[in-house]
Design a binder for this molecule. Structure first.
Ligand SMILES: *Cc1c(COP(=O)(O)O)cnc(C)c1O
Length: 437
């Protein structure tokens, strides 16, 4: 089978996500046959460097033998068992090890299969917590402008991306968005920290007035991914923690994209020296191998549900909750973190890529080139309306998978990217930009 056979069959039978299918009349799908390390290969021998880690999920490369081995071993033992009334070794070990990663602050793990479901769980838990504590008026949610928390109906209510949200407005619950600490929006001469603290005043003003009806604040710590890799100073998170404490509102950290070392610490919140009340994890949790998400919560939250009364319990479930294969993949990912000192080797990789990106920065139409851990992004001034599609196509010609969001170009490569591969990624991007200039 050739690329074009797969492409035609896929277009006819598969409804692709986040896509106007008609676009595929002119913009071809890219059929992938296999992967290895940072590379994806099509059916005719072309290769593409996965500079977006397959939608931000992949950490240790495609076809990583350690993760594959762990999944295969688990597959011979137990593929799945329901988690209501039953338990198994991988889910217990994973919960204990994730708890240890939070130094025990978030010692209870609830599982689902994708990020949006983790958001749903966190919102429902927060609401139910207040109800169980006799504060049934605390039902409101606050999120940040341009925040993204997934696209199921509940998660979309706290997401603030017009393109995804506007059509479904009538289906959604009303929530409040407060000013984003995204430092690109700072006034000239205003520092990143000063801007973060100014943004926090918007949160403070809202909570001062509405805390009695507010259950939780949900945010993406340090990097608002779908907003275009919008970055903020950790001072915002510190302040948000103080305000949530003062006004008795849960802080939900959506670390679905930024967790597992992506921003330079295992959890992004650690850079602000805070712990949230609930943390949502997914994407990198299995290294990009199997669908899994988790919501980790404090002892206080867990205890609010612990009762003789069934209806005070958290009666939420998904068929594949705590799937043993996915948990085993996640354990292999934690092993890789512990064996390889990933966080410090990423610091080296990020220094290398920062040095390489000077040439991109020097382009007169490139603005705000920024970096947090293993995430880079910049804006392209004067970009045409179809810039994103055209850069994607130019990137593919140069063996680099880029997927700009509007005029924001970003790199979020797997952690195992070598120096030569990083050079390929940066050079390919530079040439693709020049082709469009
Ligand atoms: C991707 C993402 C989600 C949603 O995860 P899905 O698995 O795509 O449902 C939620 N929040 C953030 C910050 C994300 O990046």
């Amino acid at each position: 089978m050739s690329n074009s056979d797969w492409l035609t069959r896929s277009r006819a039978a598969v409804w692709h996500p986040c896509t106007q299918m008609q676009r595929h009349e002119t913009l071809p799908l890219v059929p992938i046959s296999h992967g290895k390390g940072v590379w994806l290969y099509d059916f005719e021998g072309s290769r593409y460097l996965d500079a977006v880690s397959s939608w931000w999920t992949n950490l240790f490369g495609h076809a990583n033998p350690a993760i594959i081995g762990a999944i295969k071993e688990q597959l011979d033992r137990l593929e799945h068992v329901m988690l209501a009334g039953f338990t198994h070794a991988p889910v217990v070990e994973l919960s204990e090890r994730l708890s240890a990663k939070t130094s025990g602050h978030l010692g209870h793990a609830f599982y689902a299969s994708d990020g949006a479901s983790a958001t749903e769980i966190a919102l429902k838990m927060s609401f139910h917590y207040w109800r169980n504590r006799g504060e049934a008026k605390k039902t409101g949610f606050v999120s940040l402008e341009n925040g993204y928390h997934g696209e199921t109906v509940g998660a979309l209510s706290v997401t603030d991306v017009a393109l995804f949200k506007d059509t479904y407005g009538p289906l959604l619950r009303q929530t409040i968005q407060v000013m984003s600490p995204d430092w690109r929006l700072a006034e000239a001469g205003e520092g990143k920290e000063a801007y973060a603290l100014r943004a926090a005043q918007s949160l403070e003003a809202h909570l001062a007035e509405h805390h009695e009806t507010t259950a939780a604040l949900i945010l993406e710590p340090l990097v608002q991914g779908a907003a275009g890799m919008a970055m903020h100073h950790p001072a915002y998170l510190k302040r948000a923690r103080e305000l949530c404490d003062r006004y008795r509102v849960h802080l939900i950290a959506d670390e679905i994209a930024v967790g597992f070392g992506r921003t330079g610490s295992f959890f992004a919140c650690q850079q602000a020296g805070i712990w949230p009340d609930l943390i949502c994890l997914s994407k990198g949790i299995t290294g990009g191998y199997l669908p899994l998400s988790a919501v980790m919560v404090t002892e206080d939250i867990f205890q609010a549900f612990y009762d003789e009364d069934v209806t005070r319990g958290f009666l939420h479930s998904h068929s594949y909750t705590g799937n043993p294969l996915a948990c085993r993949a996640a354990l292999a990912v934690l092993d890789l973190f512990e064996r390889g000192d990933v966080i410090s080797s990423n610091i080296n990789t990020s220094r290398l890529i920062n040095a390489m990106s000077d040439e991109v920065k020097a382009l007169h139409y490139v603005r705000d080139l920024r970096n947090a851990g293993m995430i880079w992004a910049f804006e392209v001034d004067g970009a045409a309306p179809d810039f994103s599609r055209r850069l994607f196509a130019e990137g593919l010609k140069r063996e680099v998978l880029l997927r700009p969001m509007g005029n924001t170009v970003y790199w979020m490569p797997p952690y195992v990217i070598s120096e030569a591969e990083a050079r390929h990624m940066v050079r390919g991007t530079l040439e693709a930009l020049r082709a469009l200039a």
